[in-house]
Design a protein around this ligand. Structure first.
Ligand SMILES: [Zn+2]
Length: 331
């Protein structure tokens, strides 16, 4: 078996598929899928979720703080919610901190007494460029996204030292919005408990299931209940927990809730560690690094055999979203 795995790269896809038919070996299958996936759908076009936004936050924090904003270019007024004071408020100022709750990025400034809230929504991206490096994150990136500005660039922060921060958003659902401190507080208070935050405890998690006449996936996607879990990670957490996403909440056992509590957090933390599912960092022209999409077990795998049991992964529409599951591994 070792020989087969090591020589795998040399096999054509067809013979590899035959190989799996013959061996029914799940380890061989996984290598087969990943090897082929890299050629076809290396970069699934998915909207940024919490881990992707957290990775963006970390990159921004590492690169944009304490640089003087020389000018702000607004290429589309919708992004700043048509705030006529947006530019004036920030020119000459510096970013002081970047925090996040759920998928909402929140910027603080040295002088401006307020916050800039930034949401990437479906297709938003932040890309930072200076003479040595380019960092980007958010919606799936391709190399052409780094030729900036381009037709989907909506806002540019020009820093005095020559570096630039670009906000791109093809669909224009994202926003950069200036808010007063009390407004920021009330928006932050609207979010539920969140994996990675101190409020994500079993004591806070368990009661969320009480008196809910909805399905598991709908509940987990509700940001007012649990903040941060989005479509990809709900499907993955349900798979790891062995629970079907469309189960009615009152039918869940205590053990299943415990599994969901554990995996809901673990899958997010692992993804952040791996750089998210859509994040790419181009330190050099070809400095692409691996990401969490290689770890996905059900999401984006409809029609493929399950890594655990070999059964075909199903996809249905549920809670308004594409929902992936294994009908053998999940009950
Ligand atoms: Zn399975």
């Amino acid at each position: 078996m070792k020989y087969i795995i090591h020589s795998f790269d040399r096999l054509k896809a067809e013979s590899a598929a035959r190989l799996y038919e013959e061996t029914r070996d799940l380890e061989v299958l996984k290598i087969y899928w990943l090897a082929n996936k890299r050629k076809d759908v290396q970069n699934p076009a998915v909207m940024p979720e919490m881990p992707e936004v957290e990775v963006v936050r970390r990159q921004l924090e590492a690169h944009i703080l304490n640089r003087e904003i020389e000018s702000v270019e607004l290429l589309h007024p919708k992004i700043t919610r048509k705030n006529p004071e947006f530019k004036e408020a920030l020119v000459g100022d510096q970013f002081k901190a970047v925090s996040r709750i759920g998928k909402l990025l929140t910027f603080e400034f040295k002088d401006y007494h307020g916050f800039m809230l930034a949401h990437l929504k479906m297709t938003g991206q932040f890309i930072f460029v200076d003479e040595n490096q380019k960092f980007g994150g958010g919606h799936s990136l391709t190399e052409s996204d780094f030729e900036l500005p381009h037709k989907h660039t909506r806002v540019i922060f020009h820093f005095k030292d020559g570096s630039n921060l670009y906000f791109n958003d093809m669909r224009l659902f994202g926003y950069l919005q200036l808010v007063a401190p009390d407004e920021k507080e009330s928006i932050w208070n609207g979010y539920g408990i969140e994996p990675g935050r101190p409020n994500y405890t079993w004591e806070n998690f368990e009661p969320l299931f009480n008196k809910r006449k909805t399905t598991l996936k709908a509940l987990l996607l509700n940001q007012k209940v649990i903040s941060g879990l989005g479509n990809i990670y709900v499907d993955e957490a349900c798979f790891r927990s062995g629970v079907l996403p469309f189960r009615e909440v009152p039918t869940l056992t205590q053990l299943e809730k415990k599994e969901l509590f554990k995996h809901g957090s673990e899958v997010m933390m692992e993804s952040i560690k791996r750089g998210g599912t859509t994040f790419y960092s181009f330190l050099t022209a070809d400095g692409k690094k691996g990401n969490f999409s290689d770890e996905l077990e059900v999401f984006d795998r409809a029609g493929q055999p399950c890594y655990k049991c070999g059964n075909i992964i199903s996809k249905i529409k549920h809670a308004g979203r594409g929902t992936h599951f294994c009908s053998t591994c999940q009950k």
